[in-house]
Design a protein around this ligand. Structure first.
Ligand code: AMP
Length: 446
């Protein structure tokens, strides 16, 4: 099966081919014909499955086929609206639209908060066919009368579950009320919930339904392990692990924005260069950190789940859960960034006693007990007996990092390479509870 079999125009196929794609991914094989047929769509797919192209390519095709319909009046007549939960995802999606549509005469635009609104207003005075937006900033434009949504033919809600988790439901409903009744709706989610069901029921008209398999998080290429460690020694352990094998491109997840900033400072004290990316950072700081991380000039990027969500940073060698996520599905999203496309990667979790219940939830979800790795002198709790040190010579004191500044007496010196496999339990795939009962919803878009 190739892209030309899916009925896409030669201009689009040319752009896709130039990008190096030879074969559609499973979500693309299913979604592209469905969208081309004009149906509404309810699609379950995570980042990394090729979902962006699965709606962008047929959307471009449909708009370019009916380009005569496009109004020629001066005010913007936006024909497709793509809503995303985060600024970074909006920027990435628009980049894809631009790239896949480069041989078509359609103008995309991206808008999100955290940056000046005036350049966006100026762009809106010109022709915009496809608008990629975060809900908060779009409503700011609505309130100022600078955007016209009355000609929207196709609506895409990308990562709708995350938008709901972030508290965007009222904004979304308000935006929906401004769109023409006659339109095509595409709703993408990563994790199904009652809230998604409710939104889909009200929004979609006899939708085609697609769900592609979740990425296999237990893929051989991702080595998952946990270190049991006292909470206040996590940063020392992290610094030790990074330095020991001179890790580069380490993506570290913390649960809070404050925790991310604090960790960046602490790593700087250990002379490890790190930057944070989260909702309180200015857009330029986020873009700068991400660019440095992607081009390999930043050793460590510390991120919260919301900021990292949907980012196209993949095939990372090291992902570290400095804090375990409250929502087990986020563990899957986080570690899905390592070892993609056959590259090997390592996903490490630093787990303190107060997080054991979160670890249990994660292991239940992934149907697997995670092996425990031990580094001596790092506060391993009593019930996990350290394995004997495999190779003493490797870890002589001269290899040890310089002393941590805290009041701890002993240094991290030895790492036991052997893991302690544990019993496999649990069989539940999804936590079907409404996500509202599981998450601390926070919006960080505006
Ligand atoms: P997404 O799930 O949209 O975030 O896409 C994940 C990654 O897969 C992106 O880097 C895309 O550029 C890439 N991708 C999308 N479609 C294909 C394809 N058919 N073949 C190879 N790579 C693809």
């Amino acid at each position: 099966m190739s892209f030309s079999h899916l009925g896409l125009s030669p201009e689009i196929i040319r752009a896709v081919t130039e990008r190096g794609y030879t074969k559609p991914t499973p979500i693309q094989m299913q979604a592209i014909p469905a969208v081309l047929s004009g149906s509404d769509l309810l699609a379950g797919a995570q980042t990394g499955t090729g979902k962006t192209a699965s709606f962008t390519l047929p959307l471009l095709h449909r708009l370019s086929e009916n380009s005569v319909k496009s109004t020629s009046n001066k005010s913007s007549a936006i024909r497709a609206l793509i809503l995303t939960p985060t600024r970074e995802l909006a920027a990435q999606v628009e980049e894809s639209v631009r790239d896949y549509g480069k041989y078509l005469k359609l103008n995309p635009m991206v808008m999100f908060g955290g940056v000046s609104i005036n350049p966006q207003k100026r762009l809106l005075q010109g022709r915009v066919d496809i608008l990629v937006a975060t809900p908060g900033r779009l409503l700011d434009h609505v309130h100022q009368g600078t955007v016209n949504l009355s000609q929207v033919e196709i609506l895409v809600l990308d990562e709708a579950d995350r938008m709901l988790d972030m508290g965007f439901i009222r904004d979304i409903r308000r935006i929906l009320s401004l769109l023409p009744k006659q339109r095509q709706n595409l709703l993408f989610f990563a994790t199904f919930s009652d809230k998604i069901k409710e939104l889909a029921t009200g929004l979609l008209d006899r939708p085609k339904m697609i769900e592609v398999a979740r990425r296999n998080v237990t893929a051989e290429t991702v080595a998952q392990k946990i270190y049991k460690v006292e909470r206040d020694r996590k940063r020392q352990l992290l610094a030790h692990l990074i330095r020991k094998d001179n890790w580069y491109q380490v993506l570290v997840f913390t649960r809070t924005k404050y925790g991310a900033d604090r960790l960046v400072k602490q790593l700087a004290d250990e002379r490890i260069q790190a930057l944070a990316i989260h909702g309180n950072k200015s857009q330029s700081a986020r873009t700068h950190a991400l660019a440095k991380f992607k081009n390999g000039s930043l050793q460590v990027l510390v991120a919260t789940d919301i900021a990292a969500r949907g980012l196209d940073i993949s095939e990372l060698p090291h992902v570290v859960n400095f804090d375990l996520p409250n929502v087990p599905e986020d563990y899957v999203h986080r570690i899905g960034r390592t070892g993609r496309a056959g590259a090997s990667g390592e996903a490490i979790s630093l787990v303190s006693v107060d997080e054991y219940h979160l670890l249990a939830d994660i292991e239940k979800l992934i149907e697997k007990r995670l092996p425990v790795e031990v580094v001596t002198n790092f506060g391993v709790t009593s019930h996990t007996k350290p394995e004997p040190i495999a190779d003493e010579r490797k870890h002589t004191p001269k290899d040890s990092p310089r002393p941590p500044r805290s009041n701890t007496k002993s240094l991290p010196q030895k790492s036991a390479k052997k893991s302690t496999p544990r019993r496999v339990t649990g069989s539940k795939k999804f936590d079907a509870r409404p996500s509202s009962s599981r998450r601390g919803a926070k919006r960080s878009d505006r």
